[in-house]
Design a protein around this ligand. Structure first.
Ligand code: IVH
Length: 671
């Protein structure tokens, strides 16, 4: 690259990065992904290293962090708070390791590998063991005084605990860590904000930042933040020898430290930690965006030293970002099995954390209005785990001229029937006469958790409907091999398999059958309650609305929907046809003896190691427990996995029994 080109590019990158810094730190509204930001910043750093004299006097690389807001008092840090170089590839991590080994003249280095918490970094200073002040990172040298807000975070000890082996240090101790908003709290907060017609936060990090910077500490206190400690500056004479030691001490003094942090013998183990953490990412109660790999020995850290903005002894090995920027090409309208119209953004395909995303749900008209999403908009999309991709927000300055607000149609796009507004949703009023509803209904009926007819996928159902071989779910049981032979993709073997699958489904468990019928509000749990209560279909058909309401766990809305469904002549006819076709649900056997968790109210918190959260809840309920979302007086048992935070503490404070996953499984007799 010529000097002239470098000069031009440096100016361009400096201006862009400064702009993005401002959007990120001051406005809390980034318009590019972290990955893109990092790419630009690294390009600039490289160019400035090659042409040091071309670095601008106000280059963004001269700063450690973001610019400061003015509402809070400024406080200098005990020692500058550095940031970490972000690496995206394994090869870069290996290069880091090579540099470290060379710098220390050793063959192999012991590292500490830890989660990279995606929150807001905070310094908390203790004087003789008592919390004296707390500040944000600010520009790395000077931060904002957020002492009063940090005092409201329960995970932050106001006075350090003293442990026999690890007494709390006297003098000035600086503890560094990350303030986070746990995801359940973040979701609940956004729900509240939307209900109050306030702007929700785009992600948990922004909501933690917004909460820590509240001018009114009472608001901070009402939103439960968590704090994980990962670093300290010790008073002279009490320097820990290793990062491992740092975490042990922080834990002993009463801080949350992540218990999955691992000491690694060599970089391969660090890379393995990163891969395992990525796999666990979606099961954690808080957001992480990578692994931090640190040289374990503090004297070695000292010898390696730091560049202007980051240490040479640690790096962040990032995960692929969950958010990307792309454009909305069109907005389609889907009609589901219940008739609900869902607007779906059709996107310029974009890779989000390793998966190509070309559609994102917009939920309903209210959501479209709130986010003001229009065709042609540039948007931030987010994909978290298995959740359907979502449009987080519109980048307003990139809206093309003439873009019109989007409105759901007043006629069903599939059958043309009238569309009615029901609460937040627009619903096609044509019931199972709407082909889209009928197709969804049948797909649900045959699905895994329902009648479980393998080999009857969406495409086959569609063909059966088009050929009018099936008009309702009972018709499935009248299908003959000859009928199937006429379908695309069906040969002797697959015809045989499907016929067998249909045959096998004639005696479903009652709860599955009830779920399969697709009654409004009847999911797996309600279906099970009904099955357990009635033990057969006949008494349920006769049940009055009042009687249904009397069942524990069934509210008025559900009772009314169930009653309505079974009183409808059309539905009765289909049930009769099913019976004629030989479909006989098997009555539930009441479980013998008292259930192991009968009467218990259980809360799950932290990461479960063998079960998914829904599976654990299902098993707890099957064992007779009620599952609650937060710790209250009613709760009798808390199952806490690694990373459990405020809920665990609250339970311990209230004297509620806390057990781990293994004990939980033992208790329900499943170990
Ligand atoms: S250590 C000198 N450990 O990531 C190293 N930082 O860009 C100091 N972070 O500013 C940081 N999790 O806010 C460290 N386990 C962890 C971390 C972590 C998150 C944040 C921290 C830092 C930023 C790096």
């Amino acid at each position: 690259m010529s000097r002239a080109d470098a000069r031009r590019r440096i100016a361009e990158l400096s201006r862009e990065i400064a702009e993005h810094d401002h959007r990120y730190y001051a406005l809390n509204r980034p318009t590019i992904s972290d990955a893109e930001y990092d790419r630009r910043l690294r390009e600039l750093i490289e160019l400035e290293e090659r042409f040091p004299d071309l670095r601008l006097p106000d280059s963004p690389t001269l700063r450690v962090g973001g610019s400061l807001r003015t509402a809070f008092k400024k406080v200098p840090h005990v020692r500058p708070m550095l940031s970490l170089d972000s690496l995206m590839d394994e090869s870069e991590v290996r290069e880091f390791d090579a540099r470290v080994r060379k710098g220390l003249s050793v063959e192999r280095v012991t590292y500490m590998a830890e989660p990279k918490f995606d929150g807001l970094s905070v310094e908390i200073v203790y004087e003789d063991g008592v919390l004296a002040r707390a500040s944000t990172r600010g520009d790395g040298e000077v931060g904002e005084d957020i002492t009063e807000n940090v005092r409201t975070i329960r995970a932050v000890p106001l006075r350090l605990h003293s442990h026999r082996d690890r007494p709390a240090p006297q003098g000035i101790l600086s503890v560094r860590g990350e303030a986070l908003m746990p995801l359940p709290e973040f979701e609940a907060l956004n729900k509240r904000l939307i209900e109050q017609n306030d702007e929700p936060f785009a992600n948990a990090r922004n909501s933690a930042a917004g909460t820590v910077r509240q001018l009114d500490p009472r608001i901070t206190a009402s939103r439960r933040l968590d704090f994980f400690a990962y670093d300290l500056v010790a008073p002279p004479g009490s320097e820990p020898e290793t990062q491992h030691d740092v975490l042990e001490s922080l834990g002993a003094w009463g801080f949350h430290v992540d218990r999955s942090a691992r000491r690694c013998d060599g970089i391969d183990e660090g890379l393995r930690f990163h891969a395992e953490l990525l796999e666990r990412r979606d099961r954690l109660e808080f957001e992480i965006d990578g692994a931090v790999i640190k040289v374990d020995r503090r004297d070695a850290q000292e010898r390696l030293g730091a560049r202007s903005r980051s240490p040479r002894w640690a790096v962040a090995f990032k995960f692929p970002p969950r958010e990307e920027i792309t454009r909305i090409l069109d907005i389609a309208v889907q009609v589901g099995r219940t008739g609900k119209l869902t607007p779906v953004a059709l996107l310029q395909p974009v890779n989000v954390s390793g998966v190509t995303v070309s559609r994102a749900t917009l939920h309903n008209q209210d959501e479209v209005d709130r986010k003001d999403v229009r065709v042609g908009d540039t948007v931030r999309v987010r994909r978290a785990g298995d959740v359907i991709p979502e449009v987080v927000e519109v980048i307003q300055d990139k809206r093309p001229r003439g873009a019109e607000p989007f409105r759901l149609p007043s006629k069903c796009p599939v059958c043309g029937a009238r569309v009615e507004r029901q609460g937040a949703y627009h619903v096609c009023t044509n019931g199972l006469s709407c082909p889209a509803q009928l197709q969804g209904h049948i797909e649900h009926f045959v699905s895994r958790g329902a009648m479980d007819i393998a080999g009857l996928g969406g495409k086959t159902v569609q063909q059966l409907l088009v050929k009018e071989l099936v008009r309702n779910v009972a018709d499935i049981y009248r299908l003959t091999p000859e009928d199937l032979a006429g379908l695309e993709g069906f040969a002797e073997k697959s015809i045989d398999n499907l016929m067998q699958a249909i045959e096998k489904s004639r005696h479903p468990r009652l709860e599955r059958f009830l779920f399969a019928l697709g009654v409004e509000h009847v999911g797996g749990t309600v279906a099970r309650l009904l099955a357990e209560h009635y033990g057969g279909l006949a008494p349920l058909l006769e049940a009055s609305e009042e009687e249904l309401q009397g069942i524990k766990g069934i509210g008025p809305e559900v009772a009314s929907a169930v009653h309505r469904f079974f009183s409808s002549p059309d539905n009765r006819k289909v049930l009769e046809q099913l019976e004629l076709a030989g479909v006989r649900p098997v009555a539930e056997k009441k479980p013998r003896g008292p259930l192991p968790l009968a009467g218990e109210v259980v809360v799950f918190t932290g990461t479960l190691e063998t079960l998914s959260r829904p599976e654990a809840q299902r098993r707890a309920e099957a064992a007779g427990a009620t599952v609650a979302g937060s710790v209250s007086k009613k709760v009798t048992l808390v199952v806490a996995g690694p990373g459990a935070g405020s809920k665990r503490e609250e339970a311990e404070r209230q004297g509620i029994e806390v057990i781990d996953e293994e004990r939980f499984l033992k208790r329900i007799g499943q170990v």
